[in-house]
Design a protein around this ligand. Sequence first.
Ligand SMILES: C=C1C[C@]23C[C@@]1(O)CC[C@H]2[C@@]12CC[C@H](O)[C@@](C)(C(=O)O1)[C@H]2[C@@H]3C(=O)O
Ligand SMILES: O=C(O)CCC(=O)C(=O)O
Ligand SMILES: [Fe+2]
Length: 331
Amino acid sequence: MVVLSNQSALNELFLAKTCNPSTVFTAVPEVDLSHPDAKTMMVKACQEIGLFKVVNHGIPPEVITRLENEALKFFMQSQSQKDKAGPPDPFGYGSKRIGTNGDMGWVEYLLLSTNPDIVSPKSVELFEQNPEALRLCVEEYIGAVKKMCCFVLEEMGEGLGLGNVFSRMVREERSDSCFRVNRYPACVELEESGRNLIGFGEHTDPQILSVLRSNNTSGLQICLPDGTWASIPPDPSSFFVNVGDLFQVMTNGRFKSVKHRVLADSRMSRLSMIYFGGPSLEEKIGPLPSLVSKEEQNIYRELTWREYKNAAYKSRLSDHRITLFHKSSHT
Ligand SMILES: C=C1C[C@]23C[C@@]1(O)CC[C@H]2[C@@]12CC[C@H](O)[C@@](C)(C(=O)O1)[C@H]2[C@@H]3C(=O)O
Ligand SMILES: O=C(O)CCC(=O)C(=O)O
Ligand SMILES: [Fe+2]
């Protein structure tokens, strides 16, 4: 067994059992948002994989670089300075602990709500204690990525013959979306160990759609239908889009909320930024009648996003939360 020099006992918690060289998933569908067939391609990718990447996304590279630089400045501060914006409640700065139910990962992060009704004391402290530039860059980036997320949802709604049913949910002012910046420090001790270090453990995202951008460091993996893990090659000029649990429910299981995780790299730190597009807390979520054919049944019952979110945030990262929507399950 590998012994990592610092905090070895804690670090063992993050060691993935596998040491096989992982499969590289070279078939990530690439969708050009300006292509006339974009809608069909996105719908197909959501049905088959639950993930695709977009190019020609319209987000100016300067908006991305500005936030990346400000986020790195934040993470390069001393631990005691960063801890002033933590522990997360669930928003704010967090390190190694993910959520409040015992999950750990080789990661530090900022988690922020975009819901105007949620004022997190830790996020207020974060912005009070850091240069105004961080807040401005976060706002600028979220504004741009929300617009793109809504465009993608609009296209997929049209692709399914449903118009703006999904985009409306994320576009509305009280949409309960959130935003996260993750930094996975390089871990040189892994170099010759042949072991993997879990940066962010396996999970599905609870919301409708997640839009992820990372630097050029690999780490993101998806779980294939046969249960094996495949690495997604990084691509800093594209955005990766993945289906969340609510989208799977609304499409009565047609779209797949893909299980994913992140492994740390031995040489390079990974920086990722993810926008999780969600509906308002009061939105009722269930299979959309026009997506349930006569021969099929609703496989999920209806819950508000508030009900699902409250239950989800009491669960562990790897829990199969979507079963809360199963007809036999009661919250
Ligand atoms: C362990 C947890 C962290 C999480 C809340 C939860 O109890 C279960 C879902 C987790 C997750 C995964 C996707 C997103 O990163 C996240 C912000 C979310 O909405 O659900 C995280 C939550 C978190 O980090 O607080
Ligand atoms: O950091 C990443 O690349 C993905 C993290 C993730 O899946 C999440 O924060 O939900
Ligand atoms: Fe995720």
